[in-house]
Every structure is written in structure tokens, then in C-alpha cells.
Write a protein that binds this ligand. Structure first.
Ligand SMILES: Cc1cc2nc3c(=O)[nH]c(=O)nc-3n(C[C@H](O)[C@H](O)[C@H](O)COP(=O)(O)OP(=O)(O)OC[C@H]3O[C@@H](n4cnc5c(N)ncnc54)[C@H](O)[C@@H]3O)c2cc1C
Length: 378
């Protein structure tokens, strides 16, 4: 029986590891010519740690990242709007939220797999379903046949495009810059997000005295002015926010900036299509407002392997996986999108009302949300 995974991102690599643990060696095809250390920081919530614990590799991940017991939302003057303290829940579940450089996470995942399991420079362009097998066509003209196809090629998935041509990514209304910079003499222990009327600014301490920051501004999709934004433009935009926003921007070089519009995928009705299954962003890409996109991709890997261990027919396992994942991933996509709208309010009156309301919310509301995220059933 031949199993193929498309995409060597977080979903594809974690799934290859999870399948290996149940005795299935899948071949991974990745479009990029090399797997290079790319990207910025990632917040991985305790549910992702729980999934990695399940695979026996949580320590490896956590030791490359930085534990973050608290997360604060601030106004642009620096006053607290809400503060989520994961301490009590961490004690209860023995789990923590942590921040990691995306490259460090990839590197840790790759150490679990044989190099020959991953074939790079293979961009899938489409597929053909034959009687029992699937033929995948690659950009370089090559084709391969497989019995089962696990599609983990991200939000712009080529296979999903063919299966569901109407499921196109949708713009969230704001555009985003990210960078990882040297922290210099800044000593930060908590992650924070600042909700100001000129946009949102997030700060996340990483290991090795580095900081991951992100900034979101409301804009038209693919806005040419935003595309040209430099650090100087961002300084003009966010320079009046509380310390250390200006200092962090001053540590940033133009070439450190990663820019993209924030997009997600309207919840799909199906992830399983016979001997094909969609996972990760290909199935349920979400806006990053809850820091759950990669976490859900990691959960997918564990649950898919669990169902494949339980069911001798992989197509039945794919369907069972879909049943276990639809509701939870829909919850994340919908809530994350709604949270983004609230966080990006730029009308001063509405923003002040929002801040006042959030300040009144009892602690248990935050706790309830964290519990929903943490209490995932593997
Ligand atoms: C600004 C921003 C901040 C984020 N922050 C967080 C966070 O803090 N916490 C969190 O949990 N999530 C976060 N996310 C979400 C997270 O990045 C994604 O959910 C996660 O990367 C999804 O992993 P994936 O493997 O499904 O897809 P991807 O990471 O997109 O990987 C897909 C892989 O498939 C390859 N590929 C693409 N097309 C093809 C093809 N045709 N053939 C073969 N290979 C192909 C790609 O090269 C890539 O390697 C953030 C996202 C953004 C945009």
C-alpha cells in the first residue's frame, strides 16, 4: 500500500512522523527546491504540546522554544485590556504555551524522518483518479501513482482547488508584517498584543535573545502602498505606540520584513474524498488571531494517525478523521475571524467601548476558552 503526503510544512511533516509511529512510511513531496529555515515566530498553544506529547517528541519542541505563561492584550498607551494567565491551567494539565522560531520547529521535525522520505522540488499541479489509485502530476512533468493521498500543501492547495474549485481563500481585511529581530537590551518575559486605532502590534519573546513581532493594518487586498511599506513607514505608523514598539522597529531591517495579506478559508463541509484527505491549512486555514493554525495542523496529524491505526481501510479512517475534525476546526476558523474584526477596530469610539468591555470580562471567560483549546481528545 502506498501513502503519499503533499507538502512538507508543519502538517505534512508532523503527519509523516505520526504515521511512522504506527508503522506507515509515507513519501512526502514538497514544492520548494530545498527545505530552508524560513518564516518568523510561532506561538504554539498547549494543545499543540499535548499533540507532540502524544507523539513522544514534545520535549524536543519545547526545548527549542520559549515557554510563555502569560499573554497580555494592551491598548496603544500600554494599559492592560486583558491578561490570560495560563499558569493555573498549565498546572492542571501539565502543559504550556510556548513560542518558537518556525525554522527551529521544522528542523526538529526533520530530525524525526529519514532524508529520503522527503522529495523536494516537486510541485503538484493536479491529479487524476483511476480505479483504486491516484496519479499526481508535477510541474516538472513527472507523475507518480499512489493508493492514498494526504494533502498538506497549504491554503492555496492545488488538490483542493481541483476537488473544490469554489473553496478559494478569502481576505480578512488587514495586512500583516512580521520579523524576528535581536532583542538588544530589552528583557521581555510575556507575549503581548497591542490593539490600537492605527492597527495591531504583537510582541513575542523567543530564545537566544530574539523577539518575534507582527503588525496588522486595515487595508484593501493586495494594496500596492502596503506592498512597498518599509520599516520607516511602520515606524511612522506605530512609532507613537507604547514602549518598546518603536525600539523593536528600530532593531528591524527592511530585509527582515515578511509581508502578507491575512486570508483564511471558509469552513469546508468535507475533508475526506475517498482515498484523498485534506489536512492543515489545505483543509481549514484560519486567520492567525487565536494562534491556532499550526496547532490545528499538528492536532490533525495525531488524529489522522489514530484513525488509521484503528481502521484497516484508510478511506474509512479518512472519513472518521473528518468527523472528528470538522466541528473543532470550524470553531477555530469562525472565532478567529470574529476576534480579528474586534481587534482591528479603528474607530476610536468603538475601540474605547471594546476595551472597556474586555476589561470587565471575568477571568473565567478567558479560562473557558483556554480549556476548550486544551481539552482536545486524542
Ligand atoms: C502571519 C501569520 C502568523 C501565524 N501565526 C501562527 C501562530 O502563532 N500559531 C499557529 O499555530 N499558527 C500560526 N499561523 C498559521 C500557520 O502558519 C499555519 O496554519 C501552518 O503553517 C499550516 O501548516 P501547513 O503545513 O498546513 O501549511 P503550510 O505551512 O502552508 O505548508 C504547506 C507546504 O506545502 C508546500 N506546497 C505548497 N504547494 C504545493 C504543491 N502544489 N505541491 C507540493 N508542495 C506544495 C509548501 O511549500 C509548504 O512547504 C500563522 C499564519 C500567519 C499567516
Amino acid at each position: 500500500m502506498k501513502y503519499t503526503i503533499l507538502g512538507a510544512g508543519i502538517a505534512g511533516l508532523t503527519t509523516a512522523i505520526a504515521l511512522q509511529k504506527i508503522g506507515i512510511k509515507a513519501q512526502v513531496f514538497e514544492a520548494a527546491p530545498d527545505i530552508k529555515p524560513l518564516g518568523a515566530g510561532l506561538l504554539l498553544a498547549a494543545n499543540a504540546v499535548k499533540a507532540y506529547q502524544h507523539l513522544g517528541i514534545a520535549e524536543k519542541m519545547v526545548e527549542r522554544g520559549r515557554l510563555l505563561p502569560t499573554f497580555e492584550i494592551l491598548d496603544q498607551a500600554g494599559s492592560t485590556i486583558t491578561r490570560a494567565d495560563a499558569g493555573a491551567i498549565s498546572q492542571k494539565y501539565g502543559l504550556h504555551n510556548f513560542a518558537i522560531h518556525r525554522a527551529a520547529l521544522h528542523e526538529a521535525l526533520l530530525t524525526e524522518l529519514d532524508a529520503e522520505q522527503i522529495i523536494t522540488g516537486k510541485r503538484a499541479m493536479g491529479f487524476e483518479k483511476n480505479e483504486d489509485t491516484i496519479t499526481i502530476q508535477f510541474q516538472d512533468g513527472a507523475t507518480i501513482a499512489t493508493d492514498y493521498l494526504i494533502v498538506a500543501d497549504g491554503i492555496h492547495s492545488s488538490v483542493r482547488r481541483q476537488l473544490l474549485p469554489d473553496a478559494t481563500p478569502r481576505y480578512a481585511g488587514y495586512t500583516c508584517w512580521r520579523a524576528v529581530v535581536d532583542a538588544g537590551d530589552l528583557k521581555l518575559s510575556a507575549a503581548s498584543e497591542t490593539w490600537g486605532t492605527d492597527g495591531r502590534f504583537g510582541i513575542v519573546p523567543l530564545t537566544d535573545n530574539r523577539i518575534y513581532w507582527f503588525a496588522c493594518i486595515n487595508a484593501a487586498a493586495n494594496d500596492a502602498t502596503m506592498r512597498r511599506y518599509t520599516v520607516e513607514d511602520l515606524q511612522r505608523h506605530f512609532g507613537h505606540y507604547h514602549a518598546p514598539v518603536a525600539q523593536i522597529l528600530a532593531q528591524t531591517r527592511d530585509e527582515d520584513l515578511i509581508w502578507n495579506d491575512i486570508i483564511d478559508l471558509k469552513p469546508l463541509k468535507n475533508f475526506a474524498f475517498g482515498n484523498i484527505v485534506l489536512i492543515g491549512d489545505a483543509a481549514h486555514a484560519t486567520t492567525p488571531n487565536m494562534g491556532q493554525g499550526a496547532c490545528q495542523a499538528i492536532e490533525d496529524a495525531v488524529i489522522l494517525a489514530d484513525e488509521m491505526a484503528k481502521n484497516s481501510n484508510p478511506a474509512v479512517a479518512f472519513r472518521a478523521f473528518e468527523q472528528r475534525r470538522l466541528k473543532r476546526t470550524h470553531y477555530i476558523v469562525n472565532n478567529s475571524r470574529a476576534l480579528g474584526r474586534v481587534a482591528q477596530l479603528n474607530n476610536p469610539v468603538l475601540a474605547a467601548a471594546r476595551n472597556a468591555l474586555f476589561r470587565m470580562l471575568p477571568e473565567r471567560v478567558n479560562e473557558r476558552q483556554m480549556r476548550t483549546l486544551f481539552e482536545v481528545d486524542f
